[in-house]
Design a protein around this ligand. Structure first.
Ligand SMILES: C[S@@+](CC[C@H](N)C(=O)[O-])C[C@H]1O[C@@H](n2cnc3c(N)ncnc32)[C@H](O)[C@@H]1O
Length: 218
């Protein structure tokens, strides 16, 4: 955890690798469908990170770009805008150093935004991503380290366009383990936008197995 907070680049772990595998599979299908139907679409990597891990694997923004460049149908694709946001200046600089290592493509337009927080930038990013048309397909990747950086109210704001989609990290492990801990409601209630989540805690049995989703990968 200290590594994540102090260093620009950190080591990947098995969760990260699985998360990127899910991203790759989803992106392969999304790109094949969307980029062969529409002339232009956008992916917003809203918690981009530095674009690389100390043990070698690419970060999420590079996974997006490589999936595009290596796709078997790539030559038939429309244009893809990839917009990356990261709050830490050192990670933004590292991310900018990673993209020139990829082969350029006139069909792939990459924009690394100045350092900023997603909550502050969402409406500006949405304007950039839709390029003046509410029906431009936009896929948002929302992958924070914690609950508070991307509450559901913010995720909802990413779904205002008719072809917007969100792929987000759900903190299933943390929610399951700590949902009955004192004061955890102070984090969870703003996350879900109400206290309706508390009815689920009564369904919890000791040793019971929770339903699982794409868990926290940070
Ligand atoms: C889980 S890591 C992202 C990993 C990256 N998506 C990947 O899969 O390679 C979360 C990143 O979001 C950044 N971050 C934290 N809070 C943020 C915020 N409010 N807005 C934008 N970036 C933030 C962190 O500095 C960190 O680099």
């Amino acid at each position: 955890m200290e590594e994540l907070q102090e260093q620009t680049v950190w080591r990947s772990d098995p969760h990260t690798q699985v998360k990127h595998l899910v991203y790759r599979h989803y992106l392969q299908c999304w790109m094949a469908k969307i980029l062969q139907t529409f002339r232009e679409a956008t992916i917003v990597d809203a918690f981009a990170g530095p674009g690389v891990y100390t043990d070698g694997p690419p970060g999420s923004s590079l996974v997006v770009a490589k999936t595009f460049l290596e796709h078997t149908a790539h030559r038939r694709f429309g244009k893809l805008n990839l917009i990356c946001l990261e709050e830490r200046p050192d990670r933004v600089e590292e991310l900018k150093r990673q993209f020139p290592k990829l082969p350029p493509s006139p069909q792939l337009n990459i924009s690394v935004q100045p350092p900023g927080k997603f909550a502050d930038q969402q409406s500006q990013l949405s304007m950039l991503a839709h390029r003046g048309r509410a029906d431009t397909p936009v896929l948002w990747l929302i992958d924070p380290f914690d609950l508070k950086s991307a509450p559901f109210s913010l995720i909802r704001q990413c779904l205002t366009g008719s072809r917007d989609e969100v792929l987000f990290t759900l903190f299933t492990n943390e929610l399951h383990r700590f949902c009955q801990r004192e004061n955890f409601d102070k984090a969870v209630t703003p996350y879900f936008g109400g206290n309706h989540w508390q009815v689920a805690t009564s369904e919890r049995r000791p040793g019971g197995c929770p339903v699982n989703a794409l868990g926290h990968a940070g």
